[in-house]
Write a protein that binds this ligand. Structure first.
Ligand code: UT7
Length: 330
């Protein structure tokens, strides 16, 4: 699809980051790791951790209210809530319904999607579809992740990477040619076991045996994920730009999924986008799965880095494998 005349536009963004900060030094006292290793291999210095009383829905609701406030719309104006999360508060009902209840969006339809780290970009494409058919007018695309609840805090190869947080945006029908101009998504389920939680679903139910083995927690083959992430994010960037009729030179700002500074730098290099056009905050938050991109968009906008008229490219990769890129005229 070439949609140079955009259908869907992000009119506002919002975010919520839990106040509690866990530094690399804090992790040194929990597992056999070092600040040097974590900074050198990932670029991460600290991450936010949602404490016991703070849920995925509460974080998502706070980010949503922030975005709605900036858009100047109230809860009853919202007619669709799409939540991306890998850490739902419960398996039934969807956490999007909990967000709906918290914010009082009584006129909305609400559901979760499971696109892992790429879920926010999948949500944007779904919002575009709803707007194209006229079935919704004010859509909240939310990504909220309490990764600390599914991380194995005894596994140094994963626990140092992740953080908690939420981002949201209000998406409306495009005005003045702003909005999504190009998209590419891809998935490869044959590689699912390189990044997954083995237990907790129908295949291996949660029981004392699976819990004891730690199979309800995240397992990752980091090196393999790294290679696939760079390859797929470069390809998705090129395809989304081609869909938009743009080239790498036209990109004013790249907002990539924030998993590892080395993945971000390699993706930017192979995609031909200089690092001074790349937004990075992985040092402060770590990998918040699908929440990284909306949080980064909101920060970049607040800092005056993301400005009206820019060609913005967003790109993500994660479990599934599932990846995608969305190009926007801001
Ligand atoms: O959101 C999408 C999903 N996730 C990602 O995109 C993450 C993708 N992967 C990565 O970012 C990187 O692969 C990691 C950061 C996870 C690992 O970096 P790496 O350079 O690929 O390291 P490695 O896994 O090859 O491990 C190198 C060494 C190993 O020791 P030996 O076998 O060489 O003696 C590990 O045991 O580093 C060791 N190691 C650690 N050492 C200190 C692994 N984790 C740690 C740690 N602290 N936290």
């Amino acid at each position: 699809m070439n949609c140079n005349t955009p259908i869907a536009e992000i009119v506002s963004t919002g975010r919520f980051l839990p106040p509690e900060i866990t530094t690399n030094a804090d992790l040194e006292s929990m597992v056999d790791t070092s600040d040097d290793w974590i900074r050198g291999r990932t670029g991460i210095k600290e991450r936010r951790i949602a404490g016991e009383g703070l849920s995925t829905a509460q974080m998502g609701a706070a980010a949503s209210l922030d975005a709605m406030d900036k858009a100047g719309i109230g809860p009853t104006d919202i007619d669709l809530i799409i939540l991306s999360t890998a850490t739902p508060d419960r398996l039934l009902p969807s956490t999007a319904c909990d967000i709906q209840a918290i914010i009082g969006a009584t006129n909305s339809v609400a559901f979760d999607i499971g696109g892992a780290c790429s879920g926010f970009l999948y949500g944007l494409s779904m919002a575009e579809g709803y707007l194209a058919t006229g079935r919704a007018k004010n859509i909240l695309v939310v990504a909220s992740e309490k990764m600390s609840s599914i991380v194995d805090w005894t596994d140094r190869s994963t626990c140092v990477l992740f953080g908690d947080g939420a981002g949201a945006c209000v998406v409306q029908r495009s005005k003045e040619k702003k909005g999504i101009v190009g998209t590419h998504h891809g998935s490869d389920g044959t590689l699912a076991e390189l990044l997954y939680r083995p237990a907790g679903g129908t295949l291996i139910p949660l029981d004392s045996k699976s819990m004891e083995a730690g199979d309800h927690l995240v397992k990752m083959s980091g090196r393999e994920v790294f290679k696939n992430a760079v390859r797929s994010m470069v390809e998705a960037s090129e395809k989304a730009l081609a869909d938009a009729g743009l080239s790498n030179d036209d990109v004013d700002l790249l907002i990539p999924h924030q998993a590892n500074i080395r993945i971000i730098e390699s993706t930017a290099r192979y995609a031909g986008i200089p690092m001074d056009k790349v937004f990075v905050n992985v040092d402060r938050y770590g990998n918040m799965s699908s929440a990284t991109i909306p949080v980064a968009m909101d920060e970049a906008s607040e800092m005056g880095i993301l400005k009206t008229g820019m060609n913005v490219l967003t790109v993500a990769f994660g479990a599934g494998f599932a990846w995608g890129a969305v190009a926007m005229r801001w």
